[in-house]
Design a protein around this ligand. Structure first.
Ligand code: GLY
Length: 280
């Protein structure tokens, strides 16, 4: 079984001056996740580790790089899902968590629930020992420059399990309280061991309406590769008039990605190498 991992740094645009750093950070994210896979770790470990690297960078719209809402604050959403049992953990509208993806994983593993929001999610994360910061300290100085939308990762591990992780600051100047697609299973991400996993980026309202990642995962089969599905699902998504893209991994470990925005930085394991590109 090949070990597979692909990450994206958000569909949209990035300043040309940032392109090299963006690709390098996406490579770092894959390297962090690959280290888990190579040591026999799970796809869940790999996608969480990869997304944490992207959340910690001010270059991406997630975690420390999150855009601001209409009140001038960062309000973040994240979700993680594993394909064996279809377990999910998600947080929404959090303002004080440096790594929302880890809070999402803790929701999955240490609560009877799947989705916690706002102060309740933050209080839970603090009790679990996560770093909780002031909302103001989440506003990275770079924020006024261009960055893509959302970060994410999908992986297949040596035991044949798939997983997806997605994290976002959402839409720039969104209404306070607005939740996008990212923490919604089947919209921002979806994973099913018999088929594969997918992670979306783009305008959350259209991704939710199209159930983009559920749709994409259901289109996968042994005969149809992740790349073929990624290509086939984008014209369907276009009918919902949204900008965005997705990354995918299929049960055979083949990765795929597609987008209709100018850029969508990606990096993935390719044999012994890690490849990175700013767009397809
Ligand atoms: N795709 C992220 C969002 O719309 O919130």
């Amino acid at each position: 079984m090949p070990l597979s991992l692909i990450v994206h740094g958000g569909a949209g645009t990035h300043r040309p001056a940032d392109h090299l750093s963006v690709m390098e950070t996406c490579r770092d994210a894959v390297a962090a996740g690959r280290a888990y896979l190579q040591q026999g770790g799970s796809a869940l470990d790999a996608v969480e580790a990869a997304v944490r690297i992207l959340e910690d960078s001010p270059l991406f719209n997630a975690g420390y790089g999150s855009v601001i809402n209409a009140d001038g604050m960062c309000e973040m959403d994240a979700m993680i899902m594993e394909g064996e049992r279809g377990m999910i953990g998600a947080v929404g509208g959090v303002k004080r968590l440096r790594n929302p993806i880890t809070a999402a994983r803790l929701v999955m593993e240490r609560t009877p629930h799947h989705f916690l929001i706002a102060e309740g999610a933050e209080r839970f994360a603090e009790r679990e020992g996560l770093i909780v910061v002031s909302p103001e300290s989440m506003i990275a100085p770079h924020r006024l420059s261009e960055s893509g939308d959302t970060v994410g990762a999908v992986a297949l591990d040596g035991a044949g399990h798939v997983a997806v992780a997605v994290s976002t600051g959402g839409l720039h100047h969104k209404m306070p309280g607005r939740i996008g697609d990212s923490p919604i299973p089947g919209a921002g991400g979806y994973a099913e061991d018999f088929l594969g996993a997918a992670c979306a980026t783009g305008v959350g309202e259209t991704i939710m309406r199209s159930m983009l990642t559920f749709r994409a995962v259901q289109m996968m089969s042994a005969q149809i590769s992740a790349q073929a599905v990624a290509d086939a699902v984008m014209p369907i998504y276009a009918r919902f008039e949204g900008d965005g893209g997705l990354i995918m991994v299929d049960k055979q470990g083949r990765v795929g990605f597609a987008h209709n925005t100018p850029l969508m930085p990606v990096a993935w394991i390719d044999g012994d190498e890690i490849k990175a590109q700013m767009s397809r």
